[in-house]
Design a protein around this ligand. Structure first.
Ligand code: S3P
Length: 179
């Protein structure tokens, strides 16, 4: 069915993991997320890596995970953690993979309602509201740059988001002559 992988990008709390899992189920393919691969590879949670080895070490593991995931060309759904787009190298890896890149866009206020503090998001520990605003200013242009499709998730629930992405991805696959 799928002719290429679907890569979900967007700020922390935009729903990449939850939407990604459902998307993979509906598209009958595997789901992988970069944070999960980093944790499996290190045996540490994202929070533990930040605390014990620092953010710069985390960013290195993140790049390695992204490369590993996208080197495997089997079509799948990939959730890319929110900060990965900051590195040009990662943006190049995503673009070069020829995946279908979907940006789950949401305003900081929407994100604030969705994120759980104390989870795998140590960057939101201090002032989640201000941090999310800063992240969107810093990162939204980068998401826009590499996205094939932008989904406004502010006024859509998860079911609607997944439905919209499935429709577009399947249309695209059938245009390319997938069975
Ligand atoms: C981060 C996002 C998190 C996680 C880490 C850093 C970021 O992943 O990788 O806390 O810099 O935005 P999600 O985007 O899955 O929340």
């Amino acid at each position: 069915m799928l002719t290429r992988s679907v890569v979900l990008i967007g700020l922390t709390g935009s729903g990449k993991t939850t939407a990604g899992r459902r998307l993979a189920k509906q598209l009958d393919c595997a789901f992988v997320d970069t944070d999960g691969v980093v944790s499996d590879a290190t045996g540490l949670s994202v929070r533990e890596i930040f605390e014990q080895r620092g953010e710069s070490a985390f960013r290195l593991y993140e790049t390695q995970a992204l490369k590993l995931i996208l080197a495997d060309v089997t079509p799948k759904v990939v959730a890319v953690a929110g900060g990965a787009v900051m590195a040009q190298e990662n943006r190049d890896v995503i673009r070069d993979s020829k995946s279908y890149v979907v940006w789950l866009d949401a305003e900081p206020l929407t994100l604030l309602k969705r994120v759980s503090v104390g989870s795998h998001r140590p960057l939101l520990d201090d002032d989640p509201s201000a941090t999310l605003v800063a992240m969107s200013i810093e990162r939204n242009n980068l998401y826009a740059d590499i996205a094939d499709m932008r989904v406004d998730t502010n006024r859509r629930n998860l079911k609607q988001v997944v439905k919209q992405v499935v429709k577009v991805v399947l249309e695209e696959a059938s245009e390319q002559g997938a069975p």
